[in-house]
Design a protein around this ligand. Structure first.
Ligand SMILES: [Zn+2]
Length: 193
């Protein structure tokens, strides 16, 4: 997975806070997020808070609109590797104003979930390789070919920036079943978000 930005979460990052996650049917999730234009300390605070919120959820990806900020910014940490004690190794990545430049012709299914659609999972077909470009927290541009779970996750999060949710990729029947399960869980109190 070449050319993918890694940002450290060292002491240069500001204080962090866990932000409330917006869930469906909040209409903000259907908004098209606007480009990030200012790369300042406030942006770094938002990024740090988004990582903190994502780790606490826990999740592997979070778009700014999911914490109520409709800006073209997302964070990902697949946490695929474990240290000697079996704890996930942090591998935080930030993508600002990301764009998909090319998509592979081959598609793969992956069971996706979303922090804004609590406890619901379904197979979604997406291109398994993409070429993308994006800015980092300093505003510098990067370009890279991305594949595997990172490609799935990045496409899912870029969808959020365009007001699209993973359930939009499902058949109507599957989507309705999933939304019924969510409604039932909320009614039962088994799903509290
Ligand atoms: Zn999502």
């Amino acid at each position: 997975m070449r050319g993918v930005t890694r940002v450290g979460l060292g002491t240069k990052w500001p204080r962090m806070a866990i932000l409330p996650i917006v869930c469906i049917p909040d209409p903000i999730l259907r908004e098209t997020s606007t480009p990030v234009e200012t790369f300042d300390a406030e942006l770094k605070t938002l990024i740090a808070d988004m990582f903190e919120t994502m780790y606490a959820a826990p999740g592997i990806g979070l778009a700014a609109v999911q914490v109520g900020v409709p800006k073209r910014l997302l964070v990902i940490d697949l946490q695929e590797e474990e240290d000697a004690e079996g704890k996930p190794v942090k591998d935080p990545r930030v993508f600002i104003n990301p764009e998909v430049l090319e998509e592979s012709d081959s598609f793969v299914p992956y069971k996706e979930g979303c922090l804004s659609i609590p406890d619901q999972y379904a197979d979604v077909m997406r291109p398994d390789r993409i070429k993308a470009r994006w800015q980092d927290a300093e505003g510098d541009w990067h370009e890279g070919e991305i594949e595997g779970l990172l490609a799935v996750c990045l496409q899912h999060e870029i969808d959020h920036l365009n007001g699209v949710l993973f359930i939009d990729h499902l058949s109507r029947l599957k989507r309705e079943m999933l939304l019924k399960k969510l409604a039932k869980g909320r009614k039962d109190g088994t799903i509290t978000m």
